[in-house]
Design a protein around this ligand. Structure first.
Ligand code: ADP
Length: 416
């Protein structure tokens, strides 16, 4: 089996997002959690494999080592091209890790040049004159200016990237992109002749990204968000394998939510409003030693097996602040993740076959508890939120803010 393209994503739900983009482009895509070991097997006939790491905010050295190990594994599966996926807001610290990881991947591939574009037009992320926009605002004027971990106070991608690499950074502007695939290829060659290593490209629409993808097809390393990944994916001849994943049948359906994002809270409210059974976990009681997981399972056993159920730790900002003040942020999160992981294992043992998990960290906790390392990516319920399959389990892992407000009800209704 030979992969057409491999991908390294710098966070967990970013991996889901980019995997959905490859599949949308017609590629049969697997998603792998963490650096695979030599024995890790992919589902048959995959065109693309995405390795989801947690390397966005780790020390650069660690991020580089993990990314290189992932690149070697993807090469061993036949991938000639490796895509490095980061956030469409170029979420990084001033020192990295986007620059150091890109450089390491290029060095290992002995590649002189790469194309970089974080545009994601469906999410309002566009690049013009090298400046990153979030909807109608420059990145540096957007709410990302106040990001709790990595505040983005500059919108110039060439400047942001130049601070993270010793190599030259160049720019291909929109008129060249609109000039078509050959114009972009010529511009890349011209940059290469001048010793430029990282070429940022403007892109405002998906058509721009399709041109960039076609122009970048021969580059061993390409970097960006899910938008350019889809452009690249569309440039590959399709194998026709994308739609051949098995559809899960039967079994019970459940949601486990640990995200406290506004969108997840709306999705929980809609599930409740639809008259479906839901249970809120008492995190403080669990921390005080009460067997909240056993109580939740007793509640689950008493529900109508034909109805999907929801169990959530998710809390309003006020409730979250109160729990965190009492337990500490890390301890509260660890308790929640332990509870949801335990419930996931019991759910599967009790016949849940469609499981929706809300929250990036929460998804990590659940896949670890279920000991799942590889899934096949299926159809999307909402943009960037695909069903994935492993064995006879259908699993949906969603980033807190992803999906429409009715996602929980809609995605699970076939199971009712
Ligand atoms: P998102 O994708 O929205 O960021 P995550 O799952 O990544 O969601 O993060 C949510 C974090 O909040 C998790 O670490 C989770 O354990 C924690 N959490 C969820 N509910 C509670 C709660 N009631 N009290 C304290 N922490 C909570």
């Amino acid at each position: 089996m030979t992969l057409r393209i491999g991908c390294i994503a710098d966070d967990f739900t970013g991996g889901t997002d980019v995997a959905a983009a490859f599949r949308r482009a017609g590629l049969r895509t697997a998603l792998v959690f963490g650096v695979p070991d030599a024995g890790t097997r992919l589902p048959a006939d995959c065109d693309a494999a995405v390795i989801a790491l947690k390397s966005r905010s780790t020390p650069a050295k660690e991020a580089v080592e993990e990314s290189l190990a992932a690149q070697r594994w993807l090469w061993s599966k036949g991938a000639a091209q490796v895509y490095f996926k980061y956030c469409s807001t170029f979420d990084s610290t001033p020192q990295g890790n986007i620059g150091p990881v890109s450089d390491a991947l290029l060095d290992a591939a002995k590649a002189p040049i790469t194309l970089a574009c974080p545009a994601s037009p469906p999410n309002g992320r566009t690049v013009y004159q090298g400046h990153l926009f979030v909807h109608d605002q420059l990145l540096s004027d957007s709410p990302l200016r106040h990001h709790p971990l990595n505040p983005m106070t500059d919108s110039s991608l060439p400047r942001l990237l130049a601070a993270q690499t010793e190599h030259q950074v160049g720019l291909i502007t929109l008129p060249t992109v609109r000039g078509g695939v050959d114009a972009v290829r010529e511009a890349l060659l011209a940059h290469e002749r001048h010793g430029v290593r990282h070429v940022i490209a403007d892109a405002v629409t998906d058509d721009d990204l399709a041109i960039l993808g076609a122009a970048a097809l021969e580059l061993p390393v390409v970097t960006g968000a899910a938008g350019l990944a889809e452009g690249l994916g569309r440039a590959y001849p399709t194998s026709g394998n994308a739609t051949s994943e098995p559809q899960p049948t039967g079994g019970r359906a459940a949601v486990l939510a640990g995200s406290c994002s506004a969108r997840t809270l709306e999705q929980i409210a809609q599930f409740y409003a639809a008259g479906l059974p839901s249970l809120h976990l008492d995190v403080l009681a669990a921390a005080a030693g009460r067997d909240v997981a056993a109580e939740a399972l007793a509640w689950y056993d008493a529900q109508d097996p034909d109805q999907p159920v929801l169990i959530y730790a998710s809390a309003s900002p006020e409730e979250l602040a109160a729990v965190q003040a009492q337990l500490g942020v890390a301890e509260a999160a660890a308790k929640v993740e332990e509870l949801l992981g335990t419930l996931a294992v019991h759910f599967v043992t009790r016949g849940v076959r469609r499981l929706l998990v809300a929250g990036g960290e929460t998804s990590g906790a659940v896949t670890t508890a279920l000991d799942i390392s590889t899934v096949l990516v299926g159809e999307e319920a909402d943009p960037g939120v695909p069903w994935t399959y492993t064995g006879d389990l259908a699993l949906m892992l969603k980033s807190g803010n992803f999906g429409a407000p009715d996602l929980f009800v809609r995605a699970l209704k076939e199971a009712r």
